[in-house]
Ligand binder design. Structure first.
Ligand SMILES: C[S@@+](CC[C@H](N)C(=O)[O-])C[C@H]1O[C@@H](n2cnc3c(N)ncnc32)[C@H](O)[C@@H]1O
Length: 310
């Protein structure tokens, strides 16, 4: 297997129950990872069902090939869900899909392998790309970004209070020599915090922000959700697990706005709904029991919605 560590799926049963699997249905898992959710989803499918698996990380796709490559119900696609519209068109899925699933963020193998450069706890090259075959690494991005843009990224994507100080320090360091490793970056950030600081690791916000920026995570989510809406059939379900408030806000608003956008132009005449999403149940968080087994599930939030035809 290409990766040494495994990934413990978050909110596994809650997500698959939320998708309400039909045995002969068509499903898309937009974030395969190590396939925990896909595996359970497949257990609910007959040999007439279909599952499209996407991941932008080549190592996740390699794992999917080994695990599900010979399952005729499964189609494995190396692609970002930002391009879900193209994937759906290529496979003639418009309004034909019964359920679409997103489990956002990074997998444990990505976090735990120092070579991937996602973690301030392991020293490694400052990479942070989910798709290791394309785009700039975090080190390349840091070498070209302006101090102003860096402040905005750290503040908006990392909710980092010391954004200005950290950005200026990074910028100054780049003038002397390039920042190439996770440890170098983590040390620079730590130096910007008061020595008596107590709390989560000072580099948490900075690493999150740079990762979101270089992988264009929020733009991809907007595009993926738009396409997912088009490919769902009436009664089809959307299930999304997010791991921070920026993502969850996008998901929550997306579900709400499919309804409002359709209503607004028609007011003040009697509202006539177009196709839209309705929330199914409330926001679901991991149980105490799940958190005991898997502390990484801590910030997971699951939202489920169903497509309603006009
Ligand atoms: C939290 S993990 C998914 C774990 C998976 N549900 C499991 O049980 O193993 C997130 C995965 O989504 C992938 N990913 C993140 N953003 C993506 C995007 N825009 N397009 C495709 N895959 C993406 C990551 O590469 C990672 O493998």
């Amino acid at each position: 297997m290409p990766a040494t560590s495994t990934h413990v799926p978050v909110l596994l049963h809650e997500s698959i129950q939320g998708l309400r699997i039909k045995g002969d249905g068509t499903y898309i898992d937009c974030t395969f990872g190590r396939g925990g959710h896909s595996q359970l989803l497949l257990e609910g499918l007959t040999n007439k069902g279909q599952l499209f698996l996407l991941d932008q990380d080549p190592s996740a796709i390699e794992y999917a090939q080994q695990k599900f490559g010979s399952d005729e119900r499964v189609k494995i696609i190396h692609q970002t869900f930002a391009n879900l519209a193209e994937v759906g068109r290529d496979h003639d899925l418009l309004a034909k899909v019964d359920g679409i699933f997103f489990d956002l963020g990074v997998s444990s193998p990505q976090l735990d392998e120092a070579q991937r450069g996602f973690s301030f706890s392991h020293d490694g090259p400052l990479d942070m790309r989910m798709n290791t075959s394309a785009g700039d690494t975090a080190a390349e991005w840091l070498a070209s970004v302006s101090a102003k843009e860096l402040i905005t990224v750290l503040f908006e994507f990392g909710e980092e209070r010391h954004a200005k100080k950290i950005a200026n320090k990074i910028f100054d360091q780049q003038q002397v020599s390039a920042i190439k490793t996770t440890k170098q970056l983590a040390e620079i950030v730590k130096d910007c915090y008061p020595s008596n600081y107590q709390g989560t690791h000072p580099a948490t916000g900075t690493f999150q922000a740079i990762r979101i920026a270089i992988n264009q995570e929020l733009q991809s989510l907007h595009k993926g959700l738009d396409a997912a809406f088009d490919f769902l059939n009436g009664g089809g379900r959307l299930a999304v697990i997010s791991f921070h408030s920026l993502e969850d806000r996008i998901v929550k608003r997306f579900i709400r706005d499919t309804k409002q956008q359709d209503l607004l132009p028609k007011l003040p005449v009697m509202p006539e709904l177009n196709d839209h999403l309705k929330s199914v149940g409330k926001l679901i968080r991991p149980s105490e029991q799940e958190l005991k087994v898997n502390p990484r599930a801590r910030s997971g939030r699951l939202r489920i919605a169903e497509k309603v035809l006009k």
